[in-house]
Design a protein around this ligand. Structure first.
Ligand code: NAI
Ligand code: MG
Length: 359
C-alpha cells in the first residue's frame, strides 16, 4: 500500500485536502500520515515544520500538500520554511501543471472551448529566480541594497528539458521553450543552448522558442497552438496562474512536483494558496486538490485509478449542478467531494454491469 505524507497546511488547504483524501480513498487504499505543519506549527515552535521533517517525509512514497501561508507569517518565511526546502532537498525538478479547460466550465476566453485549451506546463522547480542566492546590505539605511541572483545550471536545464521532451513524445510531439534570452543574456542564453543540445537527441520533437512576454499574449490569443511548454521557475509560475485563469478558476488547477528518477517522494498540490479570504467557510473548490491527487495516483503506478478520478471530476463539471462559488455555484467543498465520489460509484456500477464505459 503506498504511504502518503499529508500536509494540509493552512487556510483552505485544511478543507480541500480532507476532501481530496476522501475521493482518493474511494478508488485506492493509501496509508496516510497526517503532518500538522504550517502556520500553526510556526506559532507554537517558530518553525513551519520540525527539524527532522525532511527525514520523515523521505520515508514516504509521496507527499500530498494543501497550501502553506497565512497572514500571521510573512510569506517568504512560510514558503522558505516548508515548500521550497522540500522541492530543493528532494530535487523535485519537474513541476508539471496541466492547463486544461474541462467541458462544462466557462473559461474567460470567448469562443474557446476544451478542444482549444489543453496544455501541459513543465516548470523548472529547483533554481532559476527562486534559487535563494542573494542578500541585503546596509539594511534600513538609505543605501540599502538587495540582490536576488537567478541561478541557472547546465545540469538543471538539461534534466528538465529531457523530461519535457519525453513528455512531448507522449503528446503532440511539440515543445515551446520559454525564456527572455534577448534581455537576459547569460542565463537564458545558456538555457537556449542546453535545450538545443537536448533537442538533438529528439529529432522527432518540434521545438519552438518564445519570449515570456509574447508567450503570455499567445496563451490568451492562440491557446489552440500550445501543447507542451517548458519554462524557468519564475516564468512558469506566472504563466501557469494565467493558465489557471484560462481553466476557469484557480481552484481547478493541479500540480505535481516530480522527482522523475523516483528516488525521492514527489509532492502533489493544488496550484492555489491558502485563500485567507474564503478560508474557514467550507466554500473552497476542492477540484484542484482532487486532480492533484489523481496525478499522485498516476505517479504511484495507479494509472487506471487516476483516470477514473479525472473522469469523475470532468463528469461533475460537465453536469454543472454541484459547483463552488468560484464557478458561479453555491455548493460547499464537501458537496463537490461527495458529487465526485457519487460519480465514481456510478461509473463503477456501470463498469460492473458491463454497459458502455467511455473511459
Ligand atoms: P490564493 O491562491 O490563496 O488566492 C487567490 C484568489 O483565489 C483568492 O481570491 C482566493 O479566494 C481564490 N482561491 C484560491 N483557491 C481557491 C479555491 N480552491 N476555491 C475557490 N477560490 C480559490 O493566493 P494568495 O491570496 O496570493 O495567497 C494566499 C496565501 O497563500 C499567501 O500566504 C501565499 O503565500 C500562499 N500561497 C501558497 C501557495 C502554496 O502553498 N503552494 C501557492 C500560492 C500562494
Ligand atoms: Mg504560483
Amino acid at each position: 500500500m503506498p504511504s502518503i505524507a499529508v500536509i494540509a497546511g493552512d487556510g483552505v488547504g485544511k478543507e480541500v485536502i480532507p476532501a481530496g483524501l476522501r475521493v482518493l480513498g474511494t478508488v485506492a487504499s493509501l496509508d496516510v500520515e497526517m503532518l500538522p505543519w504550517g502556520a500553526d506549527h510556526y506559532a507554537e515552535t517558530g518553525a513551519m515544520m520540525p527539524g527532522d521533517a525532511l527525514h520523515r517525509l523521505g520515508g514516504h512514497d509521496a507527499i500530498y500538500l494543501g497550501a502553506v501561508g497565512w497572514p500571521t507569517v510573512p510569506d517568504h518565511i512560510s514558503l522558505w520554511g516548508l515548500l521550497l526546502p522540500i522541492r530543493k532537498a528532494f530535487q523535485l525538478y519537474a513541476n508539471l501543471r496541466p492547463v486544461k479547460l474541462l467541458p462544462g466550465v466557462a473559461g474567460p476566453l470567448a469562443n474557446r472551448g476544451p478542444d482549444e485549451i489543453d496544455m501541459m506546463f513543465v516548470r523548472e522547480n529547483t533554481e532559476g529566480e527562486y534559487a535563494g542566492a542573494g542578500g541585503r546590505v546596509h539594511e534600513g539605511t538609505p543605501y540599502e541594497v538587495a540582490v536576488e541572483a537567478p541561478v541557472f545550471t547546465r545540469l538543471a536545464v538539461e534534466r528538465v528539458a529531457r523530461y519535457t521532451f519525453d513528455l512531448a513524445r507522449q503528446r503532440s510531439g511539440s515543445v515551446i521553450s520559454v525564456t527572455k534570452s534577448n534581455a537576459s543574456r547569460y542565463a537564458y542564453v545558456l538555457w537556449d543552448e542546453v535545450v538545443n543540445e537536448v533537442a538533438e537527441g529528439y529529432r522527432d520533437v518540434v521545438v519552438e522558442r518564445m519570449h515570456v512576454d509574447a508567450m503570455a499574449a499567445r496563451m490568451v490569443l492562440r491557446p489552440d497552438t500550445i501543447d507542451v511548454v517548458v519554462a524557468s521557475n519564475l516564468f512558469a509560475d506566472i504563466l501557469t496562474d494565467l493558465g489557471a485563469a484560462l481553466q476557469g478558476s484557480l481552484g481547478l488547477a493541479a500540480s505535481a512536483n516530480l522527482d522523475p528518477t523516483g528516488s525521492r517522494p514527489s509532492l502533489f498540490e493544488p496550484v492555489h494558496g491558502s485563500a485567507p479570504d474564503i478560508a474557514g467557510q467550507g466554500r473552497a473548490n476542492p477540484i484542484g486538490a482532487i486532480w492533484a491527487g489523481a496525478l499522485m495516483l498516476r505517479h504511484l503506478g495507479l494509472a487506471a485509478e487516476a483516470d477514473r478520478v479525472e473522469a469523475a471530476i470532468s463528469q461533475v463539471l460537465a453536469d454543472g449542478v454541484v459547483r463552488t462559488g468560484d464557478l458561479g455555484g453555491s455548493a460547499s467543498t464537501d458537496d463537490v467531494a461527495e458529487a465526485v465520489i457519487s460519480a465514481l460509484r456510478r461509473r463503477a456500477r456501470t463498469r460492473a454491469n458491463g454497459t458502455g464505459d467511455t473511459e
